[in-house]
Design a binder for this molecule. Structure first.
Ligand code: C2E
Ligand code: CA
Ligand code: CA
Length: 394
């Protein structure tokens, strides 16, 4: 009798019986007979043995058990929590009144797992190599500073800020220096000192300069045409200057715009002046195209005042260090005065950069410096702000 009230009758004597293995399930006046083999009539591996056994140890139906294996069932029933018995792995599940016992020989399990290992190991190794390669590639691409910079250039994350330049004669804005900023997708802004040196070393400065030129010409076209006294200064890196490629870019961007080439100031540092003769020829060629040549950061490198005499330079930018010496260091401020005098003698215009105090401004004006740029007047600002600044200050 089962806990749910049904009773089992084994080998019941029924009239449509084909074999002795019929089981009859009986409840009240009703009886259902089924072939016991049907209970385990499932398709499985020949090595997997299945048995259905009553609580009292009566075997109702088996699959793939031999008489010898039947012993397994009895041993399993004595200890239903066991999962290993006479070199077999066991799985025993229980419903009220019945046990389902499946068993598989351990040697077969190991043999199968060895087969699977041989079959899947090379595949697994290849897949894990591909996966780890992809991870390393992704990390390098994402984390190497050059990779980051390449991605930023491709995603056009470089933006141009404009720092106004004042004409001391009129006290008004006469132009700006284009200064690049790297705007990260999270909105943070990276200053050029952190990535320009790497860009110059890796050659990535060329696409950056290209993007700056494109932005500057596109954004300032209208105000440059409307006011011919206005100029925009673009920083040209050493490789840009030496490769000359940048001048073709400028030419193609300017063609048909009606912007005067003199309105484009090209800031070149003396670091690019490796071969004196080649530099001079190069500068002469650029000047013939009408651009204004600016020598940037003057005094910070191996600058020789004789350069000024022999190179075709229109404007000299006195470095911030010399400008701040006016307040702080009387020895260096003598040099500042000397640089200004020589530039005046050679008829080279002067921009003082990094002007921060009124005292510096007064000194520079008293020495007839032509232009000034610095936080005393304005910091580098986004395009829209610069256009407004220009409207009020020209
Ligand atoms: P730089 O060409 O000498 O530019 C002047 C730097 O001085 C700018 O820094 C400007 O913001 C900063 N500055 C201006 N006025 C003042 C001031 O009153 N006080 C102080 N303390 N600083 C002032 P920024 O924008 O960080 O640029 C740093 C450098 O990065 C530039 O020095 C230039 O060498 C390079 N750079 C910037 N933009 C570009 C670019 O588009 N191309 C290339 N090749 N280099 C660039
Ligand atoms: Ca500059
Ligand atoms: Ca400078």
């Amino acid at each position: 009798m089962m806990p749910n009230g049904y009773s089992f009758i084994m080998n019941a004597d029924i009239f449509a019986k084909h074999s002795d293995d019929f089981i009859t399930l009986k409840s009240d006046h009703y009886a259902v007979s089924i072939d016991a083999e049907r209970l385990t009539d499932i398709i499985t591996e020949p090595y997997i043995k299945i048995a259905i056994v009553t609580n009292s140890g009566q075997v109702l139906s088996t699959l793939n058990y031999t008489n010898y294996n039947l012993e397994l069932i009895h041993k399993a029933l004595k200890n239903p929590n066991i999962n290993k018995i006479t070199k077999h792995l066991l799985a025993i599940s229980r419903v009220p009144g019945l046990y389902y016992i499946s068993a598989e020989s351990m040697s077969y399990v190991f043999q199968q797992s060895r087969k699977n290992l041989i079959l899947f190991l090379p595949f697994g190794i290849i897949m894990s190599l591909i996966a780890s390669g992809a991870v390393i590639w992704g990390l390098r691409k994402r984390l190497s500073p050059i990779g980051e910079l390449k991605l930023a250039i491709a995603n056009k994350e470089m933006v141009v800020y404009y720092q106004p330049i004042l004409d001391y004669k009129t006290g008004r804005c006469c132009g700006a220096e284009a200064l690049v900023r790297w705007q990260r997708p999270d909105g943070s802004m990276i200053k050029p000192d952190f990535f320009i040196p790497l860009a110059e070393e890796s050659g990535l400065i060329q696409p950056i300069t290209d993007q700056i030129i494109e932005s500057v010409i596109t954004n300032l076209k209208e105000i440059l045409i409307a006011n011919r006294d206005l100029h925009i200064a673009i920083n040209i890196a050493v490789v840009d200057f030496n490769s000359q490629r940048i001048f073709k870019k400028l030419e193609s961007m300017l063609s048909g715009t009606n912007i005067e080439p003199q309105q484009i100031w090209l800031e070149i540092t003396e670091r690019g002046f490796m071969d004196f003769k080649a530099t001079r020829d190069n500068l002469q060629q650029i000047r013939m195209q009408g651009y204004t040549i600016v020598m940037d950061d003057f005094g910070t490198g191996y600058s020789s005042l004789s350069y000024l005499k022999e190179l075709p330079i229109d404007v000299l930018k006195i470095d911030k260090a010399f400008v701040s010496s006016v307040d702080t260091d009387s020895v260096t401020s003598h040099v500042t005065g000397h640089i200004i005098d020589i530039a005046k003698t050679l008829n080279i215009k002067i921009v003082a950069e990094g002007v921060e105090t009124q005292a510096q401004s007064e000194y520079l004006k008293a020495h007839h410096v032509d232009y000034a740029q610095g936080w005393l007047y304005a910091k580098a600002m986004p395009l829209e702000e610069f256009i407004k600044f220009c409207e009020f200050n020209t």
